[in-house]
Design a protein around this ligand. Structure first.
Ligand code: ADP
Length: 707
């Protein structure tokens, strides 16, 4: 028994020893793992520590200020500021920690920005903005500030960190810039006003002198009186040229000269200029020749007036500085094969006195004349060529010359041009301007001008044109009263008048119009500045002519608005039938471009047809130009009005597709974006070109039968 017991004990001890052994082993293993983990933890801690130190160093030494606050929005407490904050604010860290950031704010700290900041943080969002703070000494400084909420592992906001950059200097520059920009604007505005006033004040009396001396010349004068009258006429014309040159230069320098951009017939422009100068050349016994290559496009887009000014300056100089021989104008064309860009070369060659080589560049300077004694002999101001050069520059062209003293001079001008897709028959245009029977002579006209000389001039000219029924008003107020009392077909409205000016008078007349009828108001203004035309149209006027009034222009305005044949004019609003509402266009020609039957309803004879087409083209190009100008400038009203006008005249002519497109454009005036409008406008232009092709074919047929 005893043996059994001792055996049991021995077994038990052996088992215990084994277990002990196993536990020892396990502990050793655990100790090893622990040691290993401790080592890893130590290494991790060490790198964390290093990162934190690096981060701290970065924050401490950052150029931008860093502030950490508690997340209490009503009273956030500053927990940490870096050195930049103490440097920018002038406070020690100790003075800031424990305070709220309000300590840094002051009288001019924008409360709205603070409210915005608070609202952002309240929603858990970051804030970015500019804020004015104050140093310890009360000096304001500007901060570009961005504040971000810091969240714990549960997403709760525990702190806010603000990073601030001192932008005081930048703000000062910005302010300086703003002040000088405003000063420049004021200066520009007063320059613009000055120019507009000058332009008006000087051109108005000139208008009177020139116009009346012209009329005087036409009277039965004896020889001496005739000489005096023509001397007045010539001097006043010269004075006007000088005046225009000075005004042009001032406009160029004030950046106020804006080039027009409209399709025009290049040959007609050249012809007009040459015709005007030919008498001067022949008086000197000089031959004036002009040649335009047939490859030069017929119609180009640009500023016809300024184009003529360039030609006029060069040709008149050539005539002026040539004693005998010839002046020759050559215009040719080149097309770049790759870009299809057109360029015209204008060459003005004379057999005159020439320009010494050393003076050849200087003559483009203002008031620069090659030689004082010749300048005295030939007259002039030395402004023509500098204006010419500026105009050529503005048209992205170039000007150059070759000259040999005693032999002659050749000026070369290269101008990039855009030929128009719209290729209206120029002879058709000529028919419109050359016919003098186109005006409705029974029309009743009111001329409004505060200047008696202008009234007199206008009345005489209108009488010459064949209009006898002309009333006068001397002020805006008189004009309104007259328009209320009588029914006028057309009012010539001076723009600048004291008290109620032409703009206001027109607006008032338009407002009361429903009771009066459909009056055409044509602005007559000496204000040749940018926007003058737009201002007139904005005030409800239909058209615009500038002073001094050009008889040819006046005639064409009258032809446009007061055509002799009722049938040839565009019908009034009530008679226009919306293209989509009624099946008005029954017999539609090829591709719906033009319904000839419809056209025939208005124009029974070929003459009438031509006239109607001519008037339509005039109207349409005007409307297209207006629509183009107001494509994306936000002036939807003008876009709409122009679309409306074209819609009506196209429908009356029988151009259904064009009319429908214009109807779309009119409806879309306020809804469609600029680019969509652009597409619509392209379609309108395309449709107009199609129509012109049809009209042109017809017009050529009829024109051939006249010549
Ligand atoms: P203006 O003709 O009024 O004096 P411009 O600016 O038109 O002023 O011309 C400046 C000068 O250039 C002229 O005074 C003249 O000396 C010279 N000039 C211009 N065109 C010619 C030319 N075709 N032949 C000779 N000299 C010319």
């Amino acid at each position: 028994m005893k043996d059994r017991t001792s055996q049991d004990m021995t077994d038990r001890i052996a088992r215990l020893e084994k277990r002990l052994e196993r536990e020892k082993k396990a502990r050793l293993q655990a100790e090893n793992i622990l040691e290993q983990k401790s080592l890893e933890l130590y290494a991790h801690n060490k790198s964390l520590n290093q990162n934190a130190k690096l981060m701290e160093a970065a924050i401490v030494n950052a150029k931008d200020g860093v502030i950490i606050t508690t997340a209490d929005l009503d009273r956030p407490i500053i927990l940490y500021v870096n050195e930049a904050v103490t440097r920018i604010s002038g406070y020690d860290a100790g003075e800031l920690i424990g305070q709220t950031p309000r300590i840094l704010q002051g009288a001019d700290t924008d409360k709205r920005i603070l409210a915005e900041l608070k609202s952002c943080l309240k929603q858990g969002k970051s804030f970015k903005g500019e804020l004015k703070n104050y140093t310890k000494d009360g000096i304001p400084y500007w901060l570009d500030i961005s504040i971000t909420p810091v969240r714990d592992e549960n997403g709760a906001v525990t702190h806010f960190t603000a990073i601030e950059r001192d932008i005081t200097q930048r703000k000062a520059f910005e302010k300086e810039l703003q002040v000088s920009r405003e000063a420049a604007e004021v200066a520009k505005r007063s320059m613009r006003n000055f120019l507009a006033n000058m332009s008006h004040e000087l051109r108005t009396p000139m208008n009177g002198i020139i116009g009346l001396s012209e009329l005087l010349e036409d009277m039965n004068l004896n020889k001496e009186q005739e000489e005096l009258a023509s001397a007045i006429h010539l001097s006043s014309r010269n004075l006007l040229i000088l005046l225009n040159d000075i005004l042009d230069l001032s406009k160029i320098e004030a950046n106020e000269l804006i080039l027009e951009n409209m399709p025009f017939d290049l040959r007609v422009s050249v012809q007009q200029t040459v015709d005007l100068l030919r008498p001067i050349a022949s008086r000197k016994g000089i031959i004036l020749e002009s040649f335009i290559s047939p490859h030069v496009p017929e119609r180009i887009v640009g500023d016809p007036g300024r184009f003529q000014q360039i030609l006029n300056n060069l040709i008149s100089n050539a005539i002026k500085f040539t004693e005998s021989g010839a002046v020759r104008l050559d215009i040719s064309n080149s097309v770049n094969a790759d870009s299809a860009a057109h360029e015209i070369q204008i060459r003005v060659e004379d057999t005159g006195i020439g320009i010494p080589e050393e003076k050849q560049q200087a003559i483009f300077d203002k008031f620069m004349q090659a030689d004082v004694s010749t300048a005295r002999k030939y007259g002039g101001t030395g402004l023509g060529l500098s204006i010419t050069q500026e105009l050529v520059d503005m048209m992205n062209g170039s000007i150059d010359l070759e000259s040999t003293e005693g032999k002659g001079t050749t000026f070369y001008v290269h101008l990039p041009v855009v030929p128009t897709t719209v290729n209206a028959d120029s002879s058709l245009q000529r028919v419109i301007t050359s016919t003098h029977n186109n005006i409705n002579r029974a029309a009743r006209i009111l001329v409004v001008d505060d200047h008696p000389v202008n009234l007199l001039f206008m009345r005489k000219v209108l009488k010459k044109i064949g209009l006898d029924c002309v009333d006068e008003a001397h002020s805006g107020r008189e004009a309104i009263a007259a328009a209320e009392k009588n029914t006028y077909d057309l009012i010539f409205m001076d723009c600048q008048m004291p008290e109620i000016d032409g703009f206001e008078a027109s607006t008032i007349i338009r407002e009361r119009e429903s009771a009066i009828g459909d009056i055409i108001i044509v602005a007559v203004t000496a204000d040749a500045m940018r926007g003058a035309r737009e201002n007139c149209l904005d005030a409800g006027m239909n058209d615009y002519i500038s002073k001094p009034v050009d008889v040819v222009k006046l005639t064409s305005v009258l032809e446009k608005w007061l055509p002799a044949e009722e049938g040839a004019s565009c019908k009034s609003e009530e008679e226009f039938i919306e293209p989509n509402q009624k099946n008005f266009f029954k017999s539609v020609s090829d591709a719906n471009v033009l319904d000839w039957e419809r056209l025939k309803m208005f124009a029974e004879t070929e003459e009438e047809e031509k006239e109607l087409i001519g008037i339509f083209i005039n109207y349409a190009e005007d409307s297209l130009q207006t629509m183009k100008v107001h494509l994306d400038d936000g002036d939807e009203d003008s876009w709409k009005k122009a679309a409306h006008k074209l819609k009506g005249s196209a429908a009356n002519l029988g151009a259904q597709r064009l009319s429908e497109l214009c109807y779309e454009a009119e409806k879309a005036a306020y809804q469609t974006s600029g680019s969509e409008k652009g597409l619509l406008f392209e379609r309108i232009e395309g449709s107009y070109s199609e129509l012109l092709a049809v009209l042109k074919g017809r017009a050529t047929e009829t024109l051939v039968s006249i010549h």
